[in-house]
Design a binder for this molecule. Structure first.
Ligand SMILES: Cc1ncc(C[n+]2csc(CCOP(=O)(O)OP(=O)(O)O)c2C)c(N)n1
Ligand SMILES: [Mg+2]
Length: 371
């Protein structure tokens, strides 16, 4: 008897099982556009629901246009976003202007909705330094290319917010692949230890380029990794805008109330290739898999839901699509009209006071560029 209870006390496998079972996927709006969790329904009025839909439709158009602009050679680096609109746009929708958004390379929609002009997003894609000169009052960092590095930066930004006594949060995004990086663990651990106001997103789209999610970790979920840092972790349907909004709003509220960080895993899918630099997803994903995920599409289910409430129509959708196309046309024109960057630009924006050994090279390039 005694040995039995001792065994129970040291049943490490059971402990793990018990923890893993807690991380069930949270959903409010199912793929048929039906509310399956009325009690958790976020407090959004009709205008806000429509605005959220408008932003997701706009973001889908931006993705389609960015892909074709890239194919025409008019954009540079581009990581497609279709399929991730609920994870990206609905999470951002729960934030406030004073919050800091610290994105990865696929998270351009969030920084646009946070205030980065479209033309600058296009310049970022082209590798132009003006793409990363963030306007005053827009609390964002340039998209991070080093996988996971933004997690450590976010812990730091959140600690800064806390030290200044601001009612704001630092919010970051990485992918399932990013959750394997050391920076991921350092970021959530440090933010937890300092009870810093941060929200850490993992957009689990099933793949890190071609590497499937089950090669990243033995864990049943990525959300459960929060437990190791002693912070709340949430697994949410990343194709459900209402669920993503609700868990983000909750995490934000706790953060600004001094309750520390949250880790949120959003289960989602990217319909397109990893980036436009030659990835071919048919080599590692089946068309059945694509079809399965397309059935879960965030725009389709949210459209059904809103149409059922008389809040959305084909005309409204067309209006948004036309507006997005018009904005994109103007923004790409603005990017085209931006003077090409010069070597001297890169040198002069890097330093407040240029080191003497570069000053010499600067003069050489200045001379060259004047010809
Ligand atoms: C530190 C580091 N290692 C490797 C890479 C190369 N790389 C670019 S994207 C990527 C996959 C990331 O996958 P995931 O985190 O799931 O994000 P997703 O692209 O799916 O949004 C890798 C390995 C990198 N940019 N940085
Ligand atoms: Mg991924």
């Amino acid at each position: 008897m005694a040995s039995k209870s001792k065994k129970a006390q040291f049943d490490a496998v059971k402990t793990l099982e018990t923890i893993e079972q807690q991380f069930e996927m949270f959903q409010i709006l199912n793929e048929n556009g039906e509310i399956v969790n009325e009690d958790a329904m976020p407090n959004l009025n009709d205008e806000q629901l429509q605005e959220l839909m408008r932003r997701m439709v706009y973001t889908r158009v931006l993705d389609q246009r960015s892909i074709s602009l890239n194919r025409q050679g008019r954009l540079g680096f581009y990581a497609p976003t279709a399929g991730q609109e609920a994870s990206q746009v609905a999470s951002h929708f729960a934030l406030e202007k004073e919050d800091y958004v610290i994105p990865g390379y696929r998270d351009v929609p969030q920084i646009i909705w946070h205030g980065l002009p479209l033309a600058q997003a296009f310049l970022f894609s082209r590798g132009h330094y003006k793409g990363n000169q963030i306007p005053e009052g827009v609390n964002i960092l340039p998209p991070q290319i080093i996988i996971g590095a933004q997690y450590v930066q976010t812990a730091g930004v959140a600690l800064g917010i806390k030290k200044r006594g601001k009612k704001a949060v630092a919010v970051t995004y990485t992918g399932d692949g990013g959750s394997s990086q050391g920076d991921f663990y350092e970021g959530i651990n440090f933010a937890g230890a300092y009870n810093a106001p941060a929200i850490f997103f993992v957009q689990n789209n099933g793949f890190a380029i071609s590497t499937p999610r089950d090669k990243q970790t033995k864990g049943a979920t990525i959300a459960q990794k929060a437990v190791s840092a002693g912070i709340p972790g949430v697994l949410v349907d990343g194709m459900d805008p209402l669920a993503v909004y609700a868990v983000t709003a909750d995490a934000r509220l706790r953060a600004v109330n001094g309750e520390g960080p949250t880790l949120i895993e959003t289960l989602c899918y990217r319909y397109g290739p990893h980036t436009m630099a030659g990835d071919d997803p048919t080599r590692y994903r089946s068309s059945e898999m694509d079809t399965e995920w397309e059935k879960k599409d965030p725009l389709v289910r949210f459209r059904k839901f809103l149409e059922g409430k008389g809040l959305w129509s084909e005309e409204k959708e067309t209006e948004v699509i036309e507006q997005a196309k018009e904005d994109i046309k103007n923004a790409i024109k603005e990017a085209d009209n931006t003077p090409k960057q010069k070597v001297t630009d890169l040198m002069s924006i890097m330093y407040e006071e240029m080191p003497f050994h570069l000053q010499e090279q600067y003069e050489i390039y200045k001379e060259k560029e004047s010809k």
